[in-house]
Design a protein around this ligand. Structure first.
Ligand code: HEC
Length: 214
């Protein structure tokens, strides 16, 4: 070691520790060059030419997943029963529900749902419940003793889900000749009710009671 000639400028010596000028190992050096090249390609691709960001890639993956779910649901729509049924929001399928309703239901419920032999389907009074599961069940099994047909014989589950969703879309509309209410009053489900509102209502009723007692 002592015989190695080191240029004076590089003869750094700190407390006996020498700084040497060894040539860099080739793997390290080429790795370093490669990372510079990579950095340029990366910068051009993603910052100049507008390549997809991680967020874009995430959204694409989510959209692909959603498309798969939709495809599955479309192929599985006839596996629906009263436990798994959900309210459709797809305008196309609600329109199919309207078609079925116009063909098969208007004779007893009228085209606007106002009711004739069957009850008014637009008001808040229900004989058999106002949830999608209950309405689906009523349509599926009918009320044979009261004249409501069990539609499972004629309609497949997807079609019953469509017509049930259409029936629920009629709620709150104003038919020309509404039949008088039948069944029990069920307030339309409110969107998430905050605890604050509930408390406010409670305190009002308490103070009212207090006034009456005085
Ligand atoms: C032959 C007449 C008739 C036809 C056709 C008919 N319904 Fe009904 N529907 C009734 C009667 C009657 C009732 C009331 C049953 C009862 O009193 O329990 C009823 C009840 C209902 C209810 C329950 C309403 C409530 O208040 O809970 C729904 C929902 C319903 N029908 C949907 C339909 C749909 C959808 C169709 C077409 C696929 C249809 N009905 C076809 C006679 C009919």
């Amino acid at each position: 070691m002592g015989s190695t000639t080191i240029p004076l400028a590089l003869l750094h010596d700190y407390d006996g520790i020498h700084e040497l000028d060894n040539s860099l190992p080739p793997w390290w050096l080429y790795g370093f060059y490669l990372s510079i090249v990579f950095a340029f390609i990366y910068m051009i691709r993603f910052h100049i030419m507008g390549g997809p960001s991680s967020e874009d890639e995430f959204n694409t993956a989510m959209a692909e997943g959603q498309a798969e779910v939709d495809a599955y649901l479309a192929s599985a729509k006839d596996l629906i029963d009263e436990n798994s049924v959900f309210l459709l929001t797809d305008a196309g399928r609600i329109a199919s529900g309207k078609k079925i309703f116009d063909e098969k239901c208007v004779s007893c419920h009228l085209a606007d749902g106002g009711g004739l032999v069957g009850p008014n389907l637009t008001d808040d009074y229900w004989l058999h419940g106002d949830g999608i599961k209950e309405v689906f069940s009523t349509i599926k099994y009918g009320v044979p003793s009261k004249g409501m047909i069990a539609w499972r014989v004629e309609l497949n589950p997807g079609a019953m889900q469509e017509v049930a969703s259409y029936v629920l879309s009629l709620r709150g509309t104003t038919p020309a000749n509404p039949k008088s209410p039948e069944g029990i009053l069920i307030e339309p489900a409110k969107e998430v009710q905050t605890p604050d509102t509930t408390e406010a209502v409670d305190s009002t009723s308490i103070s009212e009671t207090a006034t009456i007692q005085e």
